[in-house]
Design a binder for this molecule. Sequence first.
Ligand code: PBG
Length: 335
Amino acid sequence: MQSVPSAHFPIYRPRRLRQRELLRVLVQESHLRAEQLILPLFVVEGEDRKVPVKSMPGVFQLSIDNLIKEVRSAISMGVKSILLFGIPVSKDDRGSEAYSSEGITQKAIRALRKEFKNLIIITDVCLCEYTNHGHCGMLKKNDRNEVIVDNDSTLELLAQTALSHIQAGADIVAPSDMMDGRVRAIRTKLDENGYQNAVIMSYAAKFASSFYGPFRDAADSAPQFGDRRAYQMNPANGDEALREVQMDIEEGADIVMVKPGLPYLDILYRVKETFKYPTAAYMVSGEYAMIKAAGLNGWIDEERVMYEAHLSMVRAGADLIITYAAKELCQMLIS
Ligand code: PBG
């Protein structure tokens, strides 16, 4: 990089390009676009249900009829893609509803597909919303007689879940469970069933984060004992995130994700720099809740903070952003 000329004779005056708005945008490096935003939505059984999620203002659990209304309104604001989470009525130890063709998610996908031909439907593939114990995989006892989440017996169930979503009409499946080898298992299952073109967006570097708290209210998926640190990543690790991403790419992921977003911008930057793959960032429930809470209290300018937070993820390397603020950001970007 060229050195900046001496401060005693400032030939380079960065402020020249900051004098007026038109100049500033002329040389702006990063841009937030409506096309790159993905809106997460929570679907429940029943009719005419719209249950507010207490810790996430503006986010609701929706029955399929209201889900369709919500998506129609989101599309009218400029949203092009959604990430769907299903919350079943009945849960069991194997998460059976996750891969049933009559599960809530599968029904919602079919209803959405019928209604919206151009919408990108992404589905979260995980068992934690469907298991009565709230963990992301099957439980078993290890040789020390401790209950653990079993990696290999979970893979087939995840693959079946992904297949059932694609069969129902989803465009992209997004495995978020963090079992080793799940991308390969899903890719193999999809290929065997003739879905070679189904896209996989893997939650590749997903950290065991305390920022997921509000989501677990929304999705009713808090683990009933213990936590997820034996399968999600240690927040202290960066090099390991690169190995996780490499593994998912080798197993057939098309898009890789870093999650959460703002506290992990360094990871996002390294992942994009290293692999040059389509890279997604997830601004998770706790990040959204913090900005909303401070905004509601009048402590920050919520709109500007929301915009700046998302723009910083683009600058760090995000091509796509999953965000509960997708609708409001689209409105800001248009106006
Ligand atoms: C499912 C899943 C979670 C999130 C996305 N998919 C919860 C978790 O891992 O505990 C979190 C999203 C958010 O906090 O907004 N495994």
